[in-house]
Ligand binder design. Structure first.
Ligand SMILES: *Cc1c(COP(=O)(O)O)cnc(C)c1O
Length: 383
């Protein structure tokens, strides 16, 4: 074991600078723009719109992806007690903003192909809600681990039932579906630049909208909802959610290398598939019309192998490698014990992937040698 053990901890997903970030940060210092707005913020937003490559989209940088989800819900005027559909297989940040508004998440199971919201389970939930006379107005769909949800189906259902779609693409910047970039689907898209995401601003997020008015309103809401007046005038509830001009400088430098980061992570995924094909690990196939950024390389350990994710994670830990469980489904979280969950499966997919799945080291700055070493250790585990 000793010769395979990593001397320094190998992280699951670590920041990876381009080298240009300092240039934009230094500019902020030169101009004394050490504030939560400024030229770097504007430039970062502009570059993101260009990257996403669609006409009539607007980007508003914020302090986090969670803040962006919260603002999307505020713009949709979610009321206390109102129900909101949400994927169950996701990080809790997708659903926490629903609670900020004292609204009520109704969780939907995943499909096995993408691990994202299952259209059949969604329809089952809609049928059940129809009987109560009130179908939720808003749905939060997630692009888990960088694989897009099947928006052709989800959007069709949303249109049919007048449901507004918020796409939590926090993990899926650089992915696309049917030629469109993740983050551009739905009424609102959400991006995150947290430290472990595919690119980082050290902490930050972005709201993507298709309406200039909404972007302007969002900007107002994240600036304590200050009205245009010679003094501080406020007519609605605001927040302090703006992105710092320093953080945005990091973001500009990071966005320049996004494509490289996506390619590196995808290469890791392909390598895992190749090197570990003689182990029980099951990796997802690339889907038609879907380009996944492979933010995290994930795989299932089938039950029949008699191995558990926690055993592999402990094993990796002994070699100083950080792995991670798949997100524990939100409908199984104690904080959501009273919330409804809909699935068409006896064994919900969200639970199956949690019980059998793992996230493997995926950093774009992991070297080929490090990667092969990880593969060797995983092979050892299954021997
Ligand atoms: C990271 C993440 C978020 C939240 O983003 P922050 O910038 O950390 O607030 C939301 N949803 C998902 C699925 C995430 O992975």
């Amino acid at each position: 074991m000793s010769n395979l053990k990593f001397e320094n901890r190998l992280f699951l997903s670590s920041p990876h600078m381009s080298g240009n970030e300092m240039k934009y940060i230094e500019k902020a210092f030169e101009d004394n723009f050490i504030v939560p707005l400024g030229p770097n913020v504007n430039e970062f937003e502009k570059n993101m719109v260009q990257y996403l490559g669609e006409k009539d989209i607007y980007a508003v940088a914020m302090s986090s992806g969670t803040a962006a989800i919260h603002i999307a819900l505020r713009l949709l005027d979610i009321q206390p007690g109102e129900e909101v559909f949400c994927s169950s297989a996701t990080f809790i940040a997708s659903a926490n903003p629903i609670l900020y508004e004292k609204a009520v998440p109704v969780f939907i199971d995943s499909e096995i192909e993408t691990w994202n919201m299952c259209p059949e389970s969604l329809l089952k939930a809609i049928e059940a809600k129809k009987k109560t006379g009130k179908i939720p107005r808003v749905l939060i769909a997630v692009d888990l681990f960088g694989t897009s949800a099947q928006y052709n189906k989800i959007q069709e259902i949303c249109q049919q039932y007048n449901i507004e779609l918020i796409c939590d693409a926090a993990e899926a910047l650089g992915s696309n579906y049917q030629g469109r970039k993740c983050g551009t689907f739905g009424r609102f898209g959400i991006l995150s630049f947290n430290g472990n995401k595919i690119i980082t601003t050290s902490g930050g997020g972005m709201l993507i909208t298709h309406s200039k008015e909404e972007a302007t309103h969002a900007l107002k809401l994240i600036t304590q909802a200050r009205d245009h007046a010679p003094y501080y005038l406020h007519t609605e509830l605001g927040f302090n959610y703006r992105m710092s001009n320093i953080s945005a400088g990091i973001g500009i430098g990071q966005l320049e290398v996004l494509n490289d980061r996506v390619n590196a992570r995808r290469a890791h995924y392909d390598n895992y598939k190749k090197e570990l094909k003689n182990t029980p690990l099951v990796f997802a196939q690339d889907l038609d019309h879907t380009f996944a950024n492979r933010w995290l390389s994930t795989a299932l350990i089938p039950k029949e192998s008699n191995k558990m994710p926690k055993d592999l994670l402990n094993f990796l830990n002994e070699y100083n490698i950080e792995g991670r469980h798949i997100w524990k489904p939100l409908h199984t979280q104690p904080i959501f014990s009273e919330n409804e969950f809909f699935s068409v499966k006896n064994e919900p997919v969200a639970e199956k992937i949690f019980n059998e799945g793992i996230c493997l080291p995926s950093s774009s700055n992991m070297t080929k040698e490090e990667h092969l070493q990880v593969c060797k250790i995983i092979q050892l585990f299954f021997q």
